[in-house]
Ligand binder design. Sequence first.
Ligand code: NAD
Length: 419
Amino acid sequence: MAKNSILATALANFDRAAAMLEEQVDAELLDKIRRPRERIEITLGPQLGDKKIRTFRAFIVRHSEALGPAKGGIRMTPGVTPEDVTGLAMEMTWKCALVGVPFGGGKSGIVADAAELDKFDKETLVRSFARNAHRHIGPQVYVPAPDMGTNERDMGHIKDTISFSMGQATTQGCYVTGKPVILGGIPGRREATGNGVVICVEEAFKSLGMEMRGATAVVQGFGNVGAIAARSLHELDARIIAASDLYGAVANEKGLDIDALTEHVGKTGSVKDFAGGSAVDGQKMLEMPCDVLVPAASANQITAENAPRISAKIIAEGANGPTSPKADEILNERDVYMIPDILCNAGGVFVSYLEFTQETQQEQMTEQEVATRLRQRMTEKFRQVHELTHERKISMRDAAMYLGVSTVCSAMVARGYLS
Ligand code: NAD
């Protein structure tokens, strides 16, 4: 396992929480939840548009079901590994527990480059995943959602494929969240993670006595989470002074025009060559002085190497695992205000839970209801973590992990030790 892998980071974060719980929880129980409950590898062999059969690896990990069915997105990237998926599933376990939804932690990975596949081939691959993974997916087992490289459209195809496999026009209960509203999705799910990140940022600003108007922000990753977070910060009159994606980074001290940038990304697929800013180095961009840095791309972007040079006052982890444990220590010593991933990006899974209940109860929530409930829950959880941070003089990450892990342990004790 590489030193700074997603799994290594997840385990390091867990071990610190476990040490805090040593006197309250049996060592055997902590040892048990340090490991995933189930890891599945599937080989997909769809015939793509060129009529050739291509082989793809896919993984599903159910880390814990102490609180309910496993919940977690499907990552489609060329480099995703079973270890990554295990680490991400583990983080989902604590995130669901922390944000107070009755789900366990899960995650899927499909080893493919989503950007390289045309619409038809992507649909073929996603449908192949749904057919082959069908028996591992369901409202009582594992409920996927979008993650890097997958989106609303893919979730619609998963629901449709599973319905057809069952010989039905639809599914009973929620098999997948983050799907189009017309197929039982919920308004505001696509925006929920990015908006949740910004609700946390607003709370952090309040606790530091800072003003949002005119504040500066740098956003890494201009996909689902990053683009929505950028828009939401922009609507609060913050200035987005730089943004990046896999292909490039742009900066403008006066603030990027988010409407124009979104249009440019819609047309070209990247922030690269945006005329409203100048090109900068994506890694150097992370070190730009700013009020808030939102890493919303891949894991392990803030490391021991660049952490000493990070000049943001606040880091709001939109991505999962963007900060290595060593970098975390450095930033903590430097008093950088860190909003940890399991809190900061939990808005997505919270709204997924609303979608799950909406589908079970067969009633449609409005966008306004979703936004109100998201704000209430994120604010409540932020304050709970913040309070514990001050009470126990620990980091926000340790406080969030403590709350998440202890909740899962309580559920395991309540269930008993038979499985
Ligand atoms: P996405 O695929 O929609 O977007 C990812 C963006 O990051 C793209 O713009 C991509 O080009 C960019 N990117 C990838 N690697 C990069 C790098 N090294 N440097 C700069 N940019 C890079 O994915 P997403 O759904 O927005 O997810 C982003 C992160 O947020 C992931 O870590 C994901 O696990 C996490 N997350 C997503 C959700 C959700 O609801 N989608 C929920 C919780 C957490």
